[in-house]
Each structure stands twice: as structure tokens, then as C-alpha cells.
Design a protein around this ligand. Sequence first.
Ligand code: CO
Ligand code: ZN
Length: 334
Amino acid sequence: MNDLIRTLVEAYGPSGSEDRVRDLIRPMVEPFVDETIVDAMGNLIAIKRASGKATSPLKVMIAAHMDEIGVMVSHITEKGFLRFTNIGGVFPHTLSGGRVRFADGTVGVIGSDALEDMGSIHPLNKYFIDVGATSRENCPVRVGDAAHFDRSFEARGRHLTAKSMDDRIGCAIAIEALRQLPDVTDHDLYFVFSVQEEVGTRGAEVAANRILPDISIALDVTRTGDVPESRPMDVRLGGGPAIKVRDSGMIAHPGLVRLMRRRAEEAGITYQLEVLEHGTTDARSMQLAGPGSAAGCISIPCRYIHTPSETVDVEDVTGCVDLLVAMLSKGIEL
Ligand code: CO
Ligand code: ZN
């Protein structure tokens, strides 16, 4: 699975520019589904229709987002340096000395205005990107161009590190689950590779309003509490998939949480329970779309979220695949 993960995490896809990621995923999922659709916002919807004996199949939407955080050029100085704004949750303390890459391959180095006090952190508008230009005229980048953080994938034993585990690892889990699912399933499965999650779960909102699912499951990363002086959080790397109970945008459907726990126990999958105090996922949009749906989330424990070195455990990842397959290949009664 590492080759699949590497291909996905190294691709370019800040929110609003997901087309390259979609072009990678579409041919990977097409052999396993009945139909693929790309909607007006750019969501990829892969539909595997019920072919089992169930008389009234449920509509199950599974969402993993293709976009990643990044930056967008807002101003170019006379000397050719770029000021920028954030795409999604970009934290200033992760920036200095980092690199970004634009769609055309242009690489920039991130610098900042001088700090008066070395113990403080600049706000975002004191940082700039140096692409080697000497003037506005010879700058290869334009206002409005987007870049992602530039960092290669590393497999370090069980730990996998990359710039965009959030949420290409969710995409990889969805793809792997599609490969493993039996040909015949009892429910209509809508695998949605969504856009613009990092700017407010926007893609999943329109996809869910189109599909009107009965059951919704997001696949996304969650933070851990297992590093020095961490804010307390009862999720750790290597503890297995985290079944979300709530986050700051959603309370998961209790019946769906119970079913996830039961399916994990039946299949011998070690799991954790997740209460996340800050942040949410596409599950929020799916829960609230149309007449509402029973929503939950299988979370992948991840250290250093929204930095260029987001880190997951390979066994947690395979545990998430196993849990998703166990959920989708059996009956869903809440
Ligand atoms: Co995120
Ligand atoms: Zn995410």
C-alpha cells in the first residue's frame, strides 16, 4: 500500500486545485464501481450499486477529501517577493525555512520579516515566499496562484510521514477498501473523493445534497495525545482506527458508533474512541445535508497535523481499511 500512499501524498492539490489528485484516483477506482461522476465543484463520486438480496438498499456515502492545505499569493513586491494568504489551517510556527511548490513546478522558500523578540511568532502576513525573482516583472508566479508545502514521502518503519496525510491517507483507505469489497453488496455505496474540505467541508456538502445518503462515513485524520507535553487526547499512534464519538462540529450517530465498535470486535480489530475538541470533518456536512443522515467517522490517528510532516502508523491504516470493509460488506441496522 505504500506505493499507493506515496503517489497520492506527493501529488499537488491545495483546496480548489484538486484536479491532479482526481485524475490519479479516477482510473484506480473505475474497475471496482458501476459509475463515476465528477460534479461541478470537482468532487469525484464513484458509485457501487447494491447487487445483493436487500429489497430496499440504503444509500451509504463514504467521503475522503482530496484537497490539502497550502498558500495563495496575495501580493507581489517590487523586488519579486510573494506575500500570501492561507488555504485552510496554516500555522505560522510551521513555516520558516519551509518550501512550497506551485502548480507549474516553481519552488519557493519561505522567509519572514526580522523578529524583534526571538520568543515570539509572526502572524502570517509577516512571511514571504522567495521564488528567485528580482522584480514583479520577472516573477514566474501571479496573484491568485496556489502552492502546496513541498516535502517527500518517508516510510520510517511503521511510521509514514508526508505533507498531506490529511487526507490522502483517507483517499488511500477508500481506494483499498473498494479493491477488497466483495462484488456483491447489499447497499448502494457512494465513494466520494471530495474537494475543499480544508476551507470548510464544502465539497462534501454539495455531494451529500446530491446523493441524500441514509448513512455517512467520513475517513479523515485526527490528532493524538502521545507526544511530549501534548494537550490531553485519548488517541495514540498505533492504537488502531479511532471511531469518532464527537468533534467540535458533529456528534456522531450513537447507533453508527455502536455498529462500528461491534464490527471491529467481531473482526478482531483493535480500535480507539475519539473525542476531538477542535476541528471537524466532511461528516458534519453529510450529517446536515438534505433531510440529514446518520453520520460517523473512521479517523486515522496522525501526529503533526497541518505541518509538512504529518505522520501515521501503517497498522492503523490497514486497521481502518479492515473496519471500513467490515462495515460495508455486512448489513447496516442502527
Ligand atoms: Co485538515
Ligand atoms: Zn482532513
